[in-house]
Design a binder for this molecule. Sequence first.
Ligand code: KE4
Length: 428
Amino acid sequence: MAHTDQNEVLFERARAVIPGGVNSPVRAFRAVGGTPRFVKRAQGAYFWDAADKRYIDYIGSWGPMILGHGHPAVVEAVQRAVIDGFSFGAPTEREIELAEAILALVPSMEMVRLVSSGTEAAMSALRLARGATGRKYIIKFEGCYHGHADALLVKAGSGLATFGNPTSAGVPPEVVQHTLVLEYNNIAQLEEAFALHGHEIACLVIEAIAGNMNFVRASAEFAKRCRELCTQNGALLVFDEVMTGFRVGARGAQGVLGITPDLTVLGKVIGGGMPLAAFGGPRAIMEQLAPLGPVYQAGTLSGNPVATACGLATLKEVSKPGFYDALSKKTRALVDGLKAAAAAEGVPFCADSEGGMFGFFLLDALPQNYTAVMKSDGTKFNTLFHGLLDRGVYIAPALYEAGFVSAAHSDEDIAATIDAARQIFATL
Ligand code: KE4
């Protein structure tokens, strides 16, 4: 078995026992080709793969590791928590502390329910919206991802009068027939959908800064119309902030846009890398949830005492004065440096960032929707991806994913990344 390094050895072993060798599809490098890097350990802004090669990590577990890997205060909090027990299936004070901390940081929430993944949080929020309104239709947008609950694995139907078609095997058409998929940032289509179905719509769910089609902002006008049309039609506005919550700023995308949603979905940063997510909103809506109300939702590990310790320690650090100013400045320096390097080599390139989240495209102008994003040059992106990987810089292995900077990334890391990119731009 001729293998160039340990990553290939592990990948072959993994593929024998785990579908595709991974426990989440994007990790398999299918979009970019090549061998996934198996992480042996991580610290600060870096991880080391199975071949002991160091990478500057711009994924950070897809957002959670905003402090960098192994922050001492977080490690200590988790170590203390595990000594007292891993899981109880019974209420703990620490869940109250985390709920109180989240409510203090997200003014649009009066109550919150903790769960174990973003999928679970988004799925539960949509069930709550349907239960609270007594309606069955939901609106989502092409290019936004809200986890893999059946009703959300859907692509646009043939027109506004028809509803979505499944994007995954195993999802019967009946399950997505009440999901309407619209084009992101398309106000005319949004208004038409509400004109056609307004009083049947339970909710509109959106990533107000979309990180699952790389980095696309909802325009201020579009976000305002989402809010207005939901209010006028008695539908709930659900902001999926699993990625943007505590990542793009202290108040998430709702703070950047100045829009108050009815329900907010959170994840990633609030767990600090442990399995923890949440959804919340006004008391009158949240009290529709079991055991008080008729909307059922449950979870064995919900509010897990180790995960809540990790999340609390993480939120404590991001709440310190100046945290987001420093993080935003560092991320903007990366984006500006990449833009300058691409321009110097005459490569079509555009980029954007908010807080510790960024995205870039091998395009001349920032795309406003999924169709535009997918016009990026995939071949050139893959060259850039592998060129950076070879130089010890780890970005998302797909051109439709965002990137993440942590508080642990140094100015030297940013400069080294820009220099590595410049070397590759010169070859594109
Ligand atoms: P999880 O079930 O993966 O914890 O969260 C689902 C989810 C919900 N909402 C948003 C806005 C999300 O970004 C996600 C998950 N994000 C992806 C990254 N694009 C996770 C990476 C993966 O699927 O492995």
